[in-house]
Design a protein around this ligand. Structure first.
Ligand SMILES: Cc1cc2nc3c(=O)[nH]c(=O)nc-3n(C[C@H](O)[C@H](O)[C@H](O)COP(=O)(O)OP(=O)(O)OC[C@H]3O[C@@H](n4cnc5c(N)ncnc54)[C@H](O)[C@@H]3O)c2cc1C
Length: 386
């Protein structure tokens, strides 16, 4: 259920293995999804692995430079980062859904689900049709009704993240402009400007409970970028570090945002949605081949371990980046160390994981922080927030 990156990947993998698959979504495709459209090296790799070929060039544009800012101050430009791709979700998601259908999944787009029976499992559609399944994959996003049916709620309000975004008129230099990341544009989060051919995607995202007035932060960010602060923006929850330890029950599996699989630092979710969709479908196929659909969750949990480990590590590191106590030192270290900036971009691009980043920085961490604290002390004279 759900035909975004998680559901389309799951349906493609399951149908390619000869399983009978119904791909159900309340929307008709192409449909939009609020998202920066940052398509990292990790996403690129998973797309290729899952759909059997590289993402078509028409769906992405590639950037190799990024500039960082913190609290309005420039932190430096990295002119040669590993490739970071940008996409428009309306096109990307339609492409993935199309591929899943071409692999043999049956098209139930435009079908709202009115009832979910997690025991059987089965879905009742708004038009009264009942779809019974041996395994149900809930890939229905952050407001997951499948998660709600299983656990009583889709997400935890105290933990959830939120993003505001606008597709603004593209700047004349968008083709050559670097990506821009602004720490501090939102509390426990950041702001972004992704300059694309057709639009300038501008947004902020962070932990909702720590951002009392996100609209005001967004207006301030737009103003800082020289844009009209009153531009109409859209908002959407994102499970920013709110991983579901138990992603389902027996023959009902949760994937993507429904399982809380968004990086707690970068907010990246497309790659983890595709990956978890793939792993859920493989677990389902194995369980069905063994004639034991209820064993699907056990198999899926095992396969998800590396993803869960990466999320746990990121959550631990997040305190260093975002908490009031450590952030000034981190920002100062970031400003002073090209190596730290480069590691961050390699992480974002999917070239390294948090474990690699932690190992690479651990030896240097005391030096980074000490230098950062010294620079932070001298740089923030009079900054009462720190
Ligand atoms: C502001 C913002 C910016 C972001 N920027 C990035 C970024 O730059 N890069 C990145 O990697 N990630 C980004 N993300 C995260 C990313 O958008 C998500 O992690 C990703 O879309 C998750 O995919 P999914 O398939 O799990 O869910 P979704 O893409 O949300 O898909 C869920 C699908 O389920 C369907 N559905 C929902 N309920 C029902 C129902 N009751 N019946 C039938 N169908 C239903 C929906 O119509 C939808 O098609 C961002 C998120 C936000 C909010």
């Amino acid at each position: 259920m759900g035909a975004g990156p998680a559901g389309a990947a799951a349906a493609h993998v399951a149908a390619s293995r000869g399983l009978r698959v119904a791909l159900v979504d309340k929307a008709r495709f192409p449909r939009d999804k609020l998202c920066g459209g940052g398509f990292t090296g990790r996403s690129y790799l998973y797309f290729t692995e899952i759909f059997g070929e590289e993402i078509p060039a028409r769906l992405i544009e590639t950037k190799t430079a990024v500039e960082f800012h913190a609290d309005g101050q420039p932190l430096g430009l990295l002119p040669q980062i590993p490739p970071m791709h940008l996409t428009m979700r309306v096109d990307l998601d339609a492409e993935m859904q199309r591929r899943a259908l071409a692999a043999g999944a049956r098209d139930f787009s435009g079908c709202r689900v009115s009832q979910i029976d997690t025991a059987t499992p089965a879905l009742v559609l708004a038009d009264g049709r009942r779809l019974s399944a041996r395994v149900l994959i809930g890939a229905d996003g952050v407001n997951s009704q499948v998660a709600k049916a299983l656990f009583g709620r889709s997400y935890d309000r105290a933990q959830i993240g939120f993003g505001l975004e606008v597709e603004a008129t593209p700047g004349p230099d968008n083709a050559a402009a670097p990506l821009r990341i602004d720490f501090g544009a939102a509390d426990w989060g950041y702001g972004w400007h992704f300059p694309k051919r057709e639009s300038s995607t501008i947004g902020i995202g962070g932990v909702l409970s720590r951002n009392a007035d996100m609209k005001a932060s967004m207006a301030a960010y737009l103003y800082r970028l020289g844009r009209d602060p009153a531009l109409p923006c859209k908002g959407h929850h994102l499970p920013f570090g709110e991983v579901r330890k138990t992603p389902g029950r027996r023959a009902v599996l949760l994937a993507g945002d429904a399982a809380g699989l968004v990086d707690p630092i970068t907010g990246e979710g497309i790659a983890y949605a595709m990956k978890s969709g793939q792993l859920a479908a493989l677990a389902a196929a194995e369980a069905l081949a063994e004639g034991a659909p209820a064993s699907a969750l056990r198999r899926y949990r095992k396969a998800l371990r590396p993803v869960h480990r990466a999320m746990r590590q990121a959550r631990a590191i997040r305190v260093l980046l975002f908490s009031r106590l450590f952030r000034p030192a981190f920002i100062a270290a970031f400003r002073g160390s090209g190596r730290l900036r480069h590691l961050y971009m390699r992480l974002l691009a999917g070239e390294i994981e948090y474990g690699d980043m932690a190992r690479a920085t651990l030896r240097r961490l005391p030096g980074f922080l000490l230098r950062g604290l010294q620079m932070g002390d001298s740089g923030r004279a009079g900054d009462k927030r720190s």
